[in-house]
Design a protein around this ligand. Structure first.
Ligand code: NAG
Ligand code: NAG
Ligand code: NAG
Ligand code: NAG
Ligand code: NAG
Ligand code: NAG
Ligand code: NAG
Ligand code: NAG
Ligand code: NAG
Ligand code: NAG
Ligand code: NAG
Ligand code: NAG
Length: 814
């Protein structure tokens, strides 16, 4: 026993060595390392994350956290610490396990040469090289790790193709932080057309980093004195490479298991690795987000697609509900007959379309480029190949233009073919929108360099860049919602004075606040009790703040101090919809077009809450007074997500605590506390009927039958006098088919049985389409509602046709 201990001990002590290279026949085992000449790089055995499996890897010495940049046996782990790496007599690196089985080996990527003196050596660049002899030129390289990248690119590494040998260098993510085997995501250069780099998930393109424009890839800034970046395209090779000229700075780019491309940075002085770019993407970074012939822009956190001039959405219905992937098609069949009937529109600051179907010529100038495009009727666009010195070379696109994006300041000029008829009235309206947001972190090749350049130039700025970056990230993801001081809010609202009170919402009063700098806010002071703890509450608020849509009121921040929980929203100058629709004079300000716009806008906002947002929110208190109007009278839904804060996030649930407003809640909710998205649809239907009629469901009672608004609408509908419902101030101005369509949609939404009611995506399609709509059935809560009770809590005097028993336990106080 003692003997074995001794053996083991001496084994550990005597064989733990560090070498600078492996000569033929030499080997290293667990505990041993190979160290590069400058001490920057080590090769040895390690376990990633929490795994106990062993891998042979390359890492940076003394960088915190541990930074592995390459793994040899990523798909074939060693089960325990018995691995041995050996350089055999043929110059091949062989990794053996405890029973001498080959786990991994290097293969010789160059043609067999006379291998009399192979030697394996890690270099300070992070490359692990097997050479034949001590020479340092490229000819004697037998194998190098840079030819087989893992998930990380390093300065000097070439990503792309050696066309002579067919070697393709790609990067691929790990499966997880514990498992370096090949994961879902990869980054590659695709040679078709004009070569460009893409990120794939499996075989699906998820983002296109773009093609080289002489300076960088699309959307990046160019090189600098401190760094190099290049793209080589010739008969032998196609690759990207970046370099750093300051040897005390390190910058690596990693495709992490979730598919993001992250950039890390450290220096010889500070060996703490820092994140430069988190690799977050915005929707416009998604490949072909706008489909064919659509241009994406991302203004104020909202992605938007527009068809290029002369094109129209392929499916207007889908386009209207912001499903853009079907893209756009030419509005008019081209009558191009090799004649010069067409012209070109110049789009500036563009991410140019996918070049995989384009042809290129490096010697043409822009004029020649234009001429060769106009001659060929299937040519749809052209651009300079190289944007340096005013532009040179030529790129021509045929057929569809895919994956375009408009930047505010980067990008390049793109000339899109349009029929002369379109050119005539081609104003500047189309792409005029100002873009404020600048994307960060999508580009696989290029961005990296930009970020690193910045820091090398100005080390002090590094921190600023990083914090700026985090701010952008926060803005995008609202990881941390801005918090306001209670004292500031108290001051802004004059101590929550009644004079500043805007209204009383479902979960507390709302005040108008004015900060010292004049900014106006809507301050919602939540009633004290919520079932949640503080952290949960904060997380929930942060989640809700991420919901962003043009038809939702924006949450700006929150304040949690002591008992106080306050939410701060953007202030809507025109207040709420009910102040217009039900007001004798202001109702005149809402003509039919405005009302229709409001009806559609609410539907889109609600669709987003129900289906498109990450959280799938049921509003539960949808009503006319919760619809706010901005300066253009565009509608914004307010108070969404509050139910979640108080009741939890079930999609469909029964609850004792019923929130909601009488007049907008459906029968199944009032009676059984059963709510779902279809309950919101009911509320929406009521709002639509109120907007069209200008009457309040709760307060209305038709003189003959004592019906509420729903009952009244239903009766007019069945008696085919539907237009009688229309607000009299609108009578002269509107298209009756549109009015009737809206009323019909309203009635479909308030049908008694939840399963009969359409979902919001159908509602949006119905409003905008011209197909025949289904016939509505009887609405819920329609007859003989006793409206004598002014109290907001329901009482037994409410006779309901469809519900015999009311079992509302509590109703949000209004
Ligand atoms: C490893 O396990 C610990 C404790 O179980 C955990 O906190 C940590 O996040 C894990 N790390 C990784 C990289 O999975
Ligand atoms: C590795 O495992 C093998 C068999 O599973 C065992 O014989 C050997 O001793 C182990 N080696 C180490 C270093 O744990
Ligand atoms: C070595 O690898 C072989 C084949 O993969 C396997 O059967 C054997 O168990 C491994 N030995 C050890 C000690 O892991
Ligand atoms: C593996 O190979 C080494 C050297 O060739 C030898 O000493 C050792 O006994 C072998 N181990 C096994 C399990 O075959
Ligand atoms: C090198 O290895 C790869 C896979 O690891 C294989 O596809 C390729 O054929 C090998 N090349 C040679 C020359 O053995
Ligand atoms: C098609 O082009 C003609 C002129 O050539 C124009 O009058 C017409 O409006 C266009 N059609 C559409 C749908 O834009
Ligand atoms: C590029 O264009 C020039 C001028 O039109 C032409 O002479 C040359 O052949 C073209 N090159 C290629 C590769 O098509
Ligand atoms: C137009 O360009 C396409 C694609 O390069 C080519 O296939 C076609 O022959 C060209 N047509 C004419 C008339 O030159
Ligand atoms: C907010 O309150 C904290 C502590 O009460 C104080 O230190 C800070 O200066 C306040 N911030 C503002 C903007 O008033
Ligand atoms: C409170 O508001 C007044 C003006 O209304 C302003 O002069 C003062 O500086 C504010 N105080 C704080 C603490 O915000
Ligand atoms: C708010 O109330 C505090 C004391 O409760 C008082 O000192 C302060 O002047 C009030 N501020 C305003 C703007 O009314
Ligand atoms: C809505 O608000 C804007 C900005 O204050 C104002 O110009 C406009 O007149 C308002 N619209 C109506 C109908 O009140």
């Amino acid at each position: 026993m003692l003997f074995i201990w001794f053996l083991l001990f001496s084994y550990m002590v005597t064989t733990s060595t560090s070498l600078d290279s492996l000569a033929m026949g030499q080997s290293i085992r667990e505990g041993d390392t190979l160290v590069s000449a400058g001490g920057i790089i080590e090769v040895g055995f390690f376990s990633p994350g929490n795994s106990t499996r062993r891998y042979l890897g390359i890492w940076y010495t003394n960088v915190s956290p541990f930074t592995v940049v390459w793994v040899a046996n990523r798909n074939t782990p060693l089960e325990n610490k018995s691995g041995v790496l050996k350089l055999n007599e043929r110059g091949i690196l062989v990794l053996l396990n405890g029973t001498n089985n080959t786990i991994w080996k290097s293969n010789i990527s160059t043609k067999a040469v006379n291998k009399n003196n192979p030697i394996a050596r890690p270099l300070d660049t992070g490359n692990f090289v097997v050479r034949n002899g001590e020479g340092t030129n490229d000819d004697n390289i037998l194998w190098q790790s840079f030819d087989y990248p893992g998930d990380t690119t390093l300065p000097g590494m070439r990503l792309g193709w050696n066309l002579e040998t067919g070697l393709e260098r790609t990067i691929s993510s790990w499966k997880s932080v514990d498992d370096p085997s090949v994961g879902e995501y990869s980054g590659k250069i695709v040679l078709r057309g004009y070569p460009q780099s893409f990120e794939f998930q499996g075989t699906r393109i998820i983002t296109r980093a773009g093609s080289w424009n002489g300076l960088s890839t699309v959307g990046n800034t160019g090189p600098s004195r401190e760094t190099t970046q290049k793209f080589v395209l010739n008969e032998k090779e196609v690759y990207y490479e970046y370099g750093l000229r300051d040897s005390s700075v390190f910058c690596v780019v990693t495709l992490i298991p979730s598919g993001k491309v992250q950039t890390w940075y450290w220096t010889t002085q500070s060996r703490n690795r820092q994140l430069v770019s988190t690799g977050d993407r915005d929707p416009c970074d998604q490949y072909a987000f706008c489909g064919a012939n659509g241009v994406c822009n991302y203004e104020g956190n909202i992605p938007n697609c527009e068809c290029i001039r002369g094109y129209a959405p392929k499916s207007t219905d889908q386009w209207n509900i912001e499903i853009w992937s079907n893209g756009c098609v030419p509005r008019n069949k081209s009558n191009c007959k090799n004649s010069y009937t067409d012209g070109f529109l110049k789009y500036t600051n563009m991410k140019i379309p996918d070049t995989s179907s384009s042809t290129y010529n490096t010697t043409m100038n822009l004029e020649e480029c234009k001429n060769s495009c106009i001659k060929n009727c299937s040519c749809t666009a052209y651009a300079s190949l190289d944007i340096r010195d005013g532009g040179s070379g030529c790129l021509l696109w045929f057929n569809n233009l895919v994956d375009m994006r408009k930047f505010s300041q980067r990008g390049q000029d793109l000339y899109i073919r349009v029929p002369a008829s379109e050119l005539d009235h081609a104003g500047h309206g189309n792409m005029k929108k100002k873009i404020v947001e600048i994307t960060v972190g999508v580009i696989i090749f290029g961005l990296v360099i930009t970020a690193c350049i910045f820091m090398i130039k100005n080390p002090g700025a590094a921190r600023k860049l990083i914090s700026k970056h985090y701010k952008i990230k926060q803005k995008k993801e609202d990881v941390e919602l801005p918090t306001f001081n209670l004292s500031v809010l108290a001051n802004a609202t004059e101590n929550f004075s009644i004079r500043n009170k805007l209204g009383e919402g479902g979960f507390g009063p709302v005040y108008k606040g004015t900060l010292i700098d004049g900014q106006e806010l809507a301050v919602k002071r939540l009633s004290k009790k919520s079932g949640q703890g503080l952290e949960e509450f904060k997380n929930e608020v942060a989640l809700i703040a991420k919901l962003q849509h043009r038809n939702l009121v924006k949450l700006l921040g929150c304040c949690i101090e002591g008992e106080e929980k306050i939410l701060i929203y953007e202030y809507m100058v025109n207040k709420s919809l009910d102040k217009f629709v039900f007001d004798e004079t202001k109702r005149n300000l809402l003509d039919w077009d405005k009302r229709f716009n409001i009806i559609s806008g609410i539907a889109r906002g609600l669709l987003y809450l129900h289906q498109d947002s990450r959280l799938r929110i049921v509003h539960r208190d949808l009503k006319t007074s919760n619809i706010l109007l901005d300066a253009n009278l565009d509608p914004k839904i307010s108070d969404f997500g509050l139910a979640r804060l108080f009741v939890g996030d079930q999609v469909e649930a029964n609850t004792n605590r019923v929130a909601g407003t009488y007049g907008y809640i459906p029968p199944e909710y009032a009676a059984r506390g059963h709510f779902s998205m279809k309950s919101d649809v009911f509320g929406y239907g009521v709002i639509v009927l109120e907007i069209v009629s200008g009457k309040k469901n709760r307060e209305f009672s038709d003189p003959e039958n004592n019906n509420n608004l729903l009952g009244h609408s239903w009766r007019l509908w069945t008696e085919e006098r539907t237009m009688k419902l229309l607000d009299e101030v609108l009578e002269k101005q509107c298209v009756s088919s549109e009015v009737i369509r809206c009323i019909q949609v309203g009635l479909l939404c308030v049908q008694q049985r939840p399963e009969d009611r359409p979902n919001m995506s159908s509602v949006v399609l119905m409003l905008n389409g011209d197909k025949l709509l289904p016939k509505p059935k009887v609405p819920g809560f329609y007859t003989e509602i006793d409206v004598t009770s002014e109290a907001n809590s329901p009482s037994e005097n409410h006779k309901l046709c469809s519900v015999n028993e009311l079992s509302i336990t509590s109703l949000g106080a209004r």
